[in-house]
Design a protein around this ligand. Structure first.
Ligand code: CU
Length: 398
């Protein structure tokens, strides 16, 4: 017998609407909190002043309404929003509070990239949830030493979905909205697809890949080419043998755009600096997680920076005797370029802007960013339970 379960959502039962933001426009968003507890609305990836960023300091109490207003200044990208209140982030996200933000720019229409929402441009929000033994969304009794892990993959809130493909090129925006799980996503027949965007927007040299990796909080946009497939064929995206979505090819509208690439709308290659301004060490598992040997303290500013300045941060994931684990490192209010992984330089044109980066045990990454907005911003591990266990610090931009 079917059993109903309690979920949380924005303007609905589970997850939220896709909110389209236009570059250059000023946006007003009102959060009406009808929960029985405090929440916040954090705009993950949005470059805005911290006063409207929706971090742990911008609490919306139960029954209250909060309005934020900001100007959208960044390029086309797939961002998302979720709660960020102290101690309740993980549970609220787990129960369904998350939604997507698409930044659109009128000037980048010439990209020719598919952009008919739900037709040739679809989001896939990946979230694992424990649904067996009728434990649907019961957060309290889910195993969560290193973050809540489920036994079933939900995609856009549903199990085992399919999509009827009607165009020769399908743009897919993949979002890891899970509390803790990492995904490696491949096509079921092993064929390649084109990566066109990272967290913060287009990459200038789209790349054919056979798999993509997504840690919690990360987004990647890809193009899947159906032009050489036969109508009636099916192919799936899979992760670790589990089907993410089954594509059923019904029609092949549109020309063969396999050579298409974004012509603009990406950040120009940066003049790379060499001085490392900050060194951060991520360490620990379970409850014993820390950054630079410290747990989060809301009364302490850990790092100071100046508005308009460009800095390089070196972030190291120090392994422990158990070997350690991957930590997805996220910074609020800024987008960065990844310069190096373990001393290996990355191709500036094959990587886009990012706001979250998976750092494996013993890995050292160098990232470069320019602080465009003022205020106190969080940086933290995006395993939501690690963040709540104190794997978070505060950056103050003056
Ligand atoms: Cu972590």
């Amino acid at each position: 017998m079917l059993k109903k379960t309690k979920t949380l959502g924005y303007n609905g039962n589970y997850l939220g609407p896709v909110v389209e933001l236009k570059k250059g426009k000023t946006v007003t968003i009102r959060t009406v909190n009808r929960l029985s507890e405090a929440t916040t609305s954090h705009w993950h990836g949005l470059v805005v002043p911290s006063s409207v960023d929706g971090g742990p300091h911008q609490v919306v109490k139960a029954g209250e309404t909060k309005v934020v207003k900001f100007k959208v200044k960044q390029n086309e990208s797939t961002l998302w929003f979720h709660p960020h209140p102290m101690g309740k982030t993980a549970e609220q996200v787990y129960k369904g509070l998350a939604g997507l933000l698409y930044v659109k720019d009128e000037k980048t229409k010439e990209t020719m990239l598919p952009q008919k929402y739900g037709e040739n441009d679809i989001p896939l929000i990946l979230q694992d949830r424990k649904v067996k033994n009728r434990n649907v969304l019961g957060y309290a009794d889910v195993e969560k030493t290193d973050g809540a892990l489920g036994d079933t993959l939900l995609v856009n809130g549903t199990i085992n979905p399919y999509f009827n493909v009607k165009y020769s090129q399908l743009r897919v925006r993949l979002i890891n909205g899970s509390n803790a799980r990492n995904y490696v996503v491949k096509l079921s027949d092993g064929s390649s697809f084109k990566k066109i965007a990272d967290d913060g927007g287009y990459i200038s040299k789209p790349k054919n890949v056979k798999k993509i990796e997504l840690s919690p909080g990360e987004r990647i946009e890809v193009l899947v080419d159906f032009s050489k497939r036969k109508i009636g064929e099916t192919v799936s995206f899979e992760t670790n043998g589990v089907r993410v979505v089954n594509f059923k090819l019904k029609d092949k509208q549109g020309t063969n755009l396999s050579a298409l690439a974004p012509k603009s709308g990406y950040e120009k290659p940066l003049k790379t600096l060499s001085t490392v301004n900050q060194k951060l060490t991520l360490f620990g598992m379970g409850k014993n997680v820390e950054i630079n040997g410290k747990k989060f303290d809301e009364t302490r500013i850990d790092i100071k920076a100046k508005q308009g300045e460009t800095e390089i941060w070196e972030v190291y994931n120090k392994k422990d005797m158990m070997g350690g684990m991957t930590h997805p490192f996220h910074i609020h209010g800024v987008q960065f370029k990844v310069l190096e992984r373990n001393g290996q330089k990355l191709d500036n044109q094959e990587t886009g802007l990012k706001d979250t980066i998976a750092i494996k045990p013993d890995e050292r990454v160098k990232i470069q960013m320019t602080f465009k907005e003022k205020g106190v911003f969080m940086y933290h591990c995006h395993i939501l339970e690690h963040e709540e266990n104190g794997m978070m610090g505060q950056l103050k931009v003056d």
